[in-house]
Design a protein around this ligand. Sequence first.
Ligand code: CMC
Length: 392
Amino acid sequence: LGYFTYDPGFMATGSCESGITFIDGDEGILLHRGYKIAELAEQSDFLEVCYLLLNGELPNAGQKQEFDQGITYHTMVHEQMQFFLRGFRRDAHPMAVMTGMVGGMSAFYHDSLDIHDPHQRMVSAHRLIAKMPTLAAMAYKYSIGQPVVYPRNEMSYSENFLHMMFGVPCEDWKSNPVITKAMDRILILHADHEQNASTSTVRLAGSSGANPFACIAAGIASLWGPAHGGANEAVLSMLQQIGHKDRIPEFVKRAKDKNDSFRLMGFGHRVYKNYDPRATVMQKTCHEVLSQLGVKDPLLDLAMELERIALEDPYFVERKLYPNVDFYSGIILRAMGFPTSMFTVLFAVARTVGWISQWKEMIEDPSQKIGRPRQLYTGETERPFVPLAKRG
Ligand code: CMC
């Protein structure tokens, strides 16, 4: 090919230098700024992880307080966003609403275009992290016809999100510490994952100097697909479709059939050729949450049996296909009261910090150029134009 390499799906292309997230897919290791994902999930909270991803270090007590206050300061969205929201069909998928609303926010924050001002970059990051749960809850409330619930800044990030999702004006909303803790952990597990499709999309969009809100909207669009963030929703649909343990072999057989487009959702990963370390924490959290809430979900037994059968099958063993982060997340979210259509939205809420940290890192990298892949042209060679009257 001469001066460029043909690499469909960018299987072997490094597109940037990054100091944010490290993955060793063969060993099943995921580190954020050097810290193991399991330690962060067990011992940290989501806003602390946000600070870490954005700034490179864990905050001290004073920095944490200042950061938490800085985020909560931005939790409300412009009241005009309510009119924008009402323009959507009630039955719109909340990911469609999120793509539109987050992109639409670029019309409200002209100052965010000043991407070369470090202070302004940080303000945009704070605004995005703060407003995503508000927008997500607005999309949900609109879909079920309930009034929008405004943020409460004395609550923690996760507690406030749950309050905006499940609170109603006519009665007091009481938080459940088990659900709040699980929410925080789920957000941490999804916070960043180096150069995946949506993050690369954000970087590519941002490489032209576009408004960061529009770049994040591009990331949300990319995340929506079932091969990426939409997998958590697809896992639950798949488990419901399987319905009973007796039918697992039939679906495993279909997943192996190259003439059938069906794949085991929540299985396999471009980078992990070992157990996804996020799936390990997610599975543990799933058991904890269900037992603490006293929920007995037959889909959990079905998922565990499906995992057992797949991991003993030579097809999955040879290809190193293991459960990924999405395999168990849907079951927890269901137990927490989230409808399936909101699963990928939650992923987007969590991943916003990863996207904006990567965007910020890219803007601050003096070696970064506009993203512009090449192609392998397979079309016609040059030929003369034929006037309409002479075309057969
Ligand atoms: N079920 C059955 N076969 C599979 C699966 C699966 N879930 N995943 C991969 N394979 C097979 C695939 O058919 C191929 O077989 P062969 O070599 O015989 O052609 C081989 O394994 C390699 O697959 P690939 O498609 O070349 O691998 P990829 O790196 O391009 O795709 C993936 C990675 C995640 C898109 C894919 O594993 C998949 O579609 N999984 C199901 C969807 C899913 O769970 N996505 C969530 C990913 S994790 C969360 C996130 O990052 O968003």
